[in-house]
Write a protein that binds this ligand. Structure first.
Ligand code: AMP
Ligand code: MG
Length: 350
């Protein structure tokens, strides 16, 4: 791949500078790929309607070609051009949560090239809330296909320097809008079945979706299993390794007291083997003999916001093993545990 100079440009997220957004939008219009902030994580965006532009996203990320992209839009008019129908329940979700961190899977129209949807007859669409993202989409005049702006398999980027770590020399521009608000990706929900199915838990919880539209299901692959191994490719992303820092991740879940004991025991064992250990904990006063201790946050929202950044910080400190505490499974906790289980090579319940 040709090496390019990667420019990082700071943008005020409350009041994005017109000239900078125009420059970024022109790159998109010219078939380039750029990184920009959304409220969930940073995205790596290109014109969703152009095969060549979208192919660059897959190449830059090293993303498998059957893992479809989320198409980002800024108004309802565009949505209607991209899909063949919008079921009433989808409209309810849109009214309540858009712009925001929930992605709807709907039947695609013909204007979307196959590459954008990984060959599927459905398309995943979201209207982001971040002003930089919205302005960029509007000014480019196209829907923007954008997966997370990381190398495939790595933790998603939640600030511009994470993007630079992964993609320096591979893209021309990173719009730096500071740290993202939510910190984990959007919820992906399939609206094409009778009862909507959550394919990826994320920024909007199952509980709050059900408050709006009644019963929805989690896809079977999200329940119980440590990692998806099934054959059903409803959301192709589910079968790939994800969110993995260079360090090995060990997830410990259970009652607080048992977790504290297990974390201390594991730390001592790994240290005696000469490993550099990072402990990620929700217990502010945890005393443990690790090289690095990272407080994950008080609320589930804070834990989500810090999660990927904490994993990357451990890598910066050349940590060998990250021992991370599990969270409860309710609300945002379900999405956090989904990310941790995918990142972990071992999950221990005590
Ligand atoms: P990313 O943009 O990297 O955060 O990943 C987007 C997620 O949405 C992946 O898990 C994809 O497999 C999923 N996705 C995108 N398009 C579709 C679709 N048409 N049907 C089902 N899942 C999709
Ligand atoms: Mg991703």
């Amino acid at each position: 791949m040709k090496i390019v100079k990667t420019e990082v440009v700071r943008v005020n997220v409350k009041k994005p500078d017109n000239a900078i957004i125009l420059k970024a939008a022109n790159l998109i219009r010219n078939g380039e790929v750029i990184a920009f902030p959304t409220e969930t994580v940073y995205g790596l965006g290109a014109n969703a309607l152009d095969t060549l532009s979208v192919s660059k996203i897959y190449r830059i990320k090293g993303r498998p070609p059957d893992n479809p992209l989320i198409v980002h839009i800024a108004n309802m008019k565009t949505l209607r051009t991209l899909v063949t129908e919008i079921p009433p329940t989808a409209n309810k979700i849109i009214k309540k949560f858009w712009p925001g961190p929930i992605t709807l899977v709907l039947r695609k129209s013909k204007i979307l090239p196959k590459i954008t949807t990984g060959g599927l007859s459905t398309v995943a669409i979201r209207m982001p809330k971040n002003k930089i993202a919205l302005e960029l989409i509007k000014k480019s005049g196209y829907p923007i296909a954008a997966p997370s702006a990381n190398v495939s398999g790595k933790p998603s980027p939640t600030n511009a320097s994470h993007v630079k770590e992964d993609l320096d020399g591979k893209i021309k521009l990173i719009l730096d809008g500071g740290s993202t608000e939510i910190g984990i990706e959007s919820t992906v929900i399939d609206m094409t079945s009778n009862i909507p199915v959550i394919l990826r838990p994320g920024g909007i919880s199952k509980e709050s979706i059900e408050d709006e539209i009644g019963n929805v299901h989690y896809h079977s692959s999200l329940i119980g299993l440590r990692r998806y191994k099934g054959k059903i490719n409803k959301s192709p992303g589910m079968k790939y390794m994800h969110y993995s820092p260079n360090a090995q991740v060990i997830l410990v879940e259970g009652t607080e007291i048992n977790v504290n004991i297990k974390v201390a025991e594991l730390t001592n064992k790994l240290k005696s083997e000469g490993k550099k250990v990072c402990v990620m904990t929700t217990n502010k006063s945890l005393k443990v003999n690790a090289e690095m201790v990272q407080y994950m946050g008080k609320t589930l929202e804070a834990i989500a916001r810090n999660l990927f950044g904490n994993l990357r910080k451990a890598d910066k400190n050349s940590i060998d093993v990250i021992i991370v505490e599990g969270t409860p499974y309710n609300n945002t906790g379900f999405a956090i545990m989904n990310r941790l289980k995918k990142a972990a090579i071992t999950c221990i319940r005590v």
